[in-house]
Write a protein that binds this ligand. Structure first.
Ligand SMILES: Cc1cc2nc3c(=O)[nH]c(=O)nc-3n(C[C@H](O)[C@H](O)[C@H](O)COP(=O)(O)OP(=O)(O)OC[C@H]3O[C@@H](n4cnc5c(N)ncnc54)[C@H](O)[C@@H]3O)c2cc1C
Length: 188
């Protein structure tokens, strides 16, 4: 069983998976590569002068994988509760189990709604429906969290990436039972 499964590997999901894996959590990252980020050109991402969407997405995937996240090219079609976690079923009939699930599905709330996760009207341009979350990123179902566009944050890559990181840190902290920070120090 995975400790954390992230569904969606745009900036929100890949950032969440990066933090989760770097924290030593057994992390799964599921993505069907139909996100909005690949279509963008970014000149407002702090620390990066300019970058194309495909590069931003692929670098994020590499970072998550570098720290041990298992990235699988699948479409999640069902998310259900099991004894002490969740079962994720993919279009190809593969079953994954995870203790915590972070939904980072961009503009799509279909999987969440099917799973009984509460949604609400979106406020961002062209984002009609989002998942209802508390400030930590928790949904109405204990153990299911949401991050990024699907959680209703401002539709900008740096914000969705930051939101994914924030939610992952909250999940890691809950698993650890103490607040988690990830600070590397410049080598002398
Ligand atoms: C044309 C365009 C230009 C943009 N330009 C800018 C810009 O200049 N600056 C800026 O800051 N922002 C820009 N944006 C917005 C920016 O791309 C988004 O705000 C942000 O990157 C969204 O990140 P996300 O991770 O929330 O969603 P996404 O990047 O959409 O990622 C969601 C991922 O979830 C996957 N997914 C969804 N459902 C499932 C499922 N059931 N199973 C498996 N995978 C699933 C999708 O395939 C996708 O990979 C632009 C957007 C567009 C469309």
């Amino acid at each position: 069983m995975y400790e954390i499964a992230v569904i969606g590997a745009g900036p929100a999901g890949a950032s969440a998976a990066l933090f989760a894996a770097k924290a030593g959590k057994k992390t799964l990252l599921i993505d069907n590569d139909k996100g909005m980020t690949r279509r963008g050109w970014f000149e407002n991402f702090y620390g990066i002068s300019e970058v194309g969407g495909p590069d931003l997405v692929e670098t994020g995937h590499k970072q998550a994988v570098k720290f041990g996240a298992e990235l699988v090219a699948e479409q999640a079609i069902n998310l259900t509760s099991s004894g002490n976690g969740f079962v994720i079923e993919t279009e190809d009939g593969i079953i994954y189990e995870a203790k915590h699930v972070i939904l980072a599905t961009g503009a799509l709330t279909d999987l969440a709604a099917k799973a009984g996760v509460e949604t609400k009207d979106g406020t961002e341009p062209r984002i009609k429906t989002v998942i209802a979350v508390n400030p930590e990123g928790k949904t109405n179902i204990e153990g299911i969290w949401a991050a990024g566009t699907v959680a209703g944050v401002s539709v900008h890559a740096i914000i969705t990436a930051g939101d994914g990181a924030k939610v992952a840190i909250n999940v890691i902290s809950e698993l650890n039972g103490t607040r988690y920070v990830d600070h590397d120090v410049l080598k002398a």
